[in-house]
Design a protein around this ligand. Structure first.
Ligand code: DQA
Length: 154
């Protein structure tokens, strides 16, 4: 069974650490990637880490993941609140998906309260800062492990 996990990041997250640090903190996306790789190694997961400001890139990576991965951790950033296309791509995947937001979107502007992605996510993590990514990987490892056991049993 695949142990590959895609960690996908949407628009403006390349500016992490510099952009609105009072909301998103001072850790950079490179720091987040390093955290994910460290946690992935501990959990026996192979991490494919990507960021793009372009919606079609995120969709193409979801299609790629669909063919070879065991799960996705996704912070769709602003596309969370706008993208039916990303929802459709995720709906074509049969593995667990965890949605991550660095900030607590529910205590921010009302337009951030709705997520297209949540309806397809196994779980949602919001407001745990960048630690949310490693928490998501821990949960995903558990879900992938459980799916593996079911597959072996049947
Ligand atoms: C975000 C929250 C979104 O509303 C926002 O557009 C982002 C980042 C977060 O990680 O808190 O760019 O997804």
């Amino acid at each position: 069974m695949s142990r590959i996990v895609y960690v996908l990041n949407g628009p403006n997250l390349n500016l992490l650490g510099k952009r609105q640090p009072a909301i998103y903190g001072y850790e950079t996306l490179a720091d987040v990637e390093a955290d994910c790789r460290r946690t992935g190694a501990e959990l026996g997961l192979e991490i494919e880490f990507h960021q793009s400001n372009a919606e079609f890139m995120i969709i193409d990576w979801i299609h790629e993941a669909r063919e070879r991965a065991a799960g996705i951790v996704i912070n769709p950033a602003a596309f969370t609140h706008t993208s039916v296309a990303i929802l459709d791509a995720l709906n074509a995947c049969e593995f667990p998906i965890i949605e991550v937001h660095i900030s607590n979107v529910h205590r921010r502007e009302p337009f951030r309260h709705h997520s297209y992605v949540s309806s397809v996510a196994s779980g949602v993590i919001a407001g745990f800062g960048t630690q949310g990514y490693t928490l998501a990987l821990q949960r995903l490892a558990r879900l992938i492990g459980e799916a593996g056991k079911t597959a072996q049993a049947s």
